[in-house]
Design a protein around this ligand. Structure first.
Ligand code: ADP
Length: 523
């Protein structure tokens, strides 16, 4: 599944590179210098600008992946709560409601205020994010800074969403109006909880819609905190609802609801298909999907800075412990530099600092939960059995929480499971190739098409590969660079639609054509 490490700019990747060069630490010593403790302020469902118990009275636990301890009991939404929240959202969207009556520029001001609140509370939000999903604390802060920028970017769009003037033959005049779709639901994953949630919230509100979010059951805490910030920023009741709960209950209730006009989902390809089906079985709600990936990263032998390419390639695979939809998990290296590249990759993996995600110098933290950890270890074992060479790592780390060693495989063959299946863990697979034509064919031999990269000094090769890779984003001599204004999304089974940039607005707007009969001549 998911997710661009959009927040991790090239600069950020390079910082990791520097850290790995200058801060050597003994691998597998997991250090907990800073205590993981955070006070959880919000645990209830949020709708109509108020906090509510679940109708069923049920709660579920959210735990800290770094040590497996419980952080809080969270109210668990299901269909009954979804139905109430949708009714209130519909009301908030009615013509004449407070939200529909606010000027577009004022909507922009509300979003700008929200961005300021993100920055005001960055330390606390980052602690909450790291405690709930195990992301490195510095990465959580980077995500929040980046996300504040995304909110501001969409704030700027509020009063710039325009239709067209269309010349018609005869006595007619036509204009198009861009109107909000209505009740928009967002179902988000656990790997970039704040970033994914806000990436949907901001354009949905900028276009004048109302928002109902269901965060992943593993990571509800920061979404609930964002609810409180939306209220503080001044969004009217009903405009923002946040309903933590499970996928097959709360998520499916949103996907099947007859009054939800739009659903935007980031998660697994498997669940993406269920969302499409639910749309077809209910009201044909509009669907945007950002799904899995198995992105190729191609290093040609002419590239003149092998250390840099190897470092970026390893970050591409292991950023956020590999829990990234566009992770560059398939590293293709041209034969002339292959052995040297594998050697550098081994050295880089050896020097990754593994430790508490709260520590500033940690480069590698826990996986999200025991289920994902089990899935990753199963795939690692399959790689070993199928004959790939373990260059580094390859094992579980024996301690509380959900830890897997950063793992590098070399001599990986295209038919192996680790070459084909999305691992969503800290596993880099290195393949050898000879020619451009061969590598492009192999890179595209996947059902996915989210990202890809090429490292070369030859502009012709770079352009040819960038044009030939079937993926929504191709990076040249970098990986995971991206801004609020650069569209992101998938070809093939990696998704439908684009997020970020102007393109994201189209996900949340309907085009209305207004045709007027006008007299040709004024008497
Ligand atoms: P992962 O396998 O990585 O946890 P999922 O695709 O299962 O990814 O989860 C992403 C989001 O989709 C989560 O918010 C989850 O609760 C939700 N989800 C899971 N199953 C369903 C479903 N059947 N209908 C709607 N949402 C779902």
């Amino acid at each position: 599944m998911i997710l661009l490490r959009h927040s991790q700019s090239l600069h950020h990747l390079f910082c990791h590179h520097l850290r790995s060069n200058y801060r050597f630490s003994c691998f597998v010593v997991v250090r907990f210098a800073r205590k993981m403790s955070v006070s959880v302020k919000y645990t209830k469902l949020f709708y109509n600008n108020e906090w509510h118990e679940a109708k069923s009275g049920k709660t579920f636990e959210t735990v800290n992946p770094a040590d497996g301890t419980k952080l809080a009991d969270i109210c668990e939404a299901d269909k009954a709560d979804v139905d109430v929240a949708v009714e209130l959202a519909k009301k908030a969207f009615q013509i004449g409601s407070a939200w529909r009556s606010i000027d577009a520029s004022k909507k922009g001001m509300l979003l700008l205020k929200l961005a300021d609140l993100f920055e005001r509370d960055i330390e606390y939000m980052a602690e909450l994010e790291t405690a709930d999903c195990g992301k490195l604390f510095q990465d959580s802060k980077d995500d929040i800074k980046f996300t504040a920028g995304v909110i501001r970017y969409y704030a700027g769009w509020c009063d710039k969403i325009c239709g067209q003037n269309i010349p018609c033959d005869g006595d007619y005049f036509a204009v198009t109006k861009k109107q909000p779709v209505g009740v928009c639901a967002a179902i988000t994953p656990w790997n970039y909880p704040i970033a994914m949630f806000t990436l949907k919230l901001a354009p949905i509100l900028a276009c004048g819609n109302v928002f109902i979010g269901k965060p992943a059951e593993q990571t509800p805490l920061t979404a609930l905190y964002i609810a409180a910030l939306c209220k503080e920023a001044g969004f009217p009741p009903g405009v923002v609802a946040i309903l933590p709960g499970y996928g097959p209950t709360a998520g499916a209730a949103l996907a099947n609801n007859m009054d939800v006009n739009k659903i935007t989902f980031t998660g697994s390809t498997e669940v993406g298909k269920l969302i499409m089906k639910a749309s077809g079985d209910s009201n044909l709600k509009r669907v945007t999907l950002e799904l899995g990936g198995k992105s190729p990263n191609i290093i040609f032998s002419d590239y003149d800075n092998l250390e840099y390419a190897a470092s970026v390639a390893q970050e591409a695979a292991m950023t956020n412990m590999g829990q990234c939809c566009c992770a560059g998990t398939r590293t293709f290296v041209q034969e002339g530099i292959y052995d040297k590249f594998v050697e550098i990759s081994k050295m880089l993996a050896e020097t990754r600092t593994v430790g508490s995600p709260m520590n500033d110098d940690s480069q590698h933290g826990p996986q999200i939960d025991s289920e994902q950890k089990g899935k990753i270890l199963d795939l690692i074992e399959s790689g070993k059995k199928e004959g790939a060479k373990v260059v580094f790592g390859g094992k579980s780390m024996d301690q509380s929480g959900f830890w897997v060693e950063p793992t590098v495989f070399a001599d990986v063959e295209d038919g192996m499971r680790i070459a084909k299946e999305e691992i969503f863990g800290p596993v880099q697979s290195i393949f050898k190739f000879k020619t451009l034509d061969e590598v492009v064919k192999r890179a595209n031999d996947t059902q996915y098409g989210l990202g890809g990269a090429v490292f070369t000094k030859d502009i012709d090769k770079a352009y040819t590969v960038a044009s030939s890779i079937d993926a929504g984003t191709v990076w040249i001599n970098c990986y995971n660079a991206g801004e609020a204004n650069t569209p992101f999304g998938g070809f093939k089974m990696s998704g439908i639609g684009r997020e970020y940039g102007e393109e994201s607005l189209n996900n949340y707007l309907e085009t209305k054509t207004v045709i007027l009969k006008v007299p040709q001549k004024i008497n």
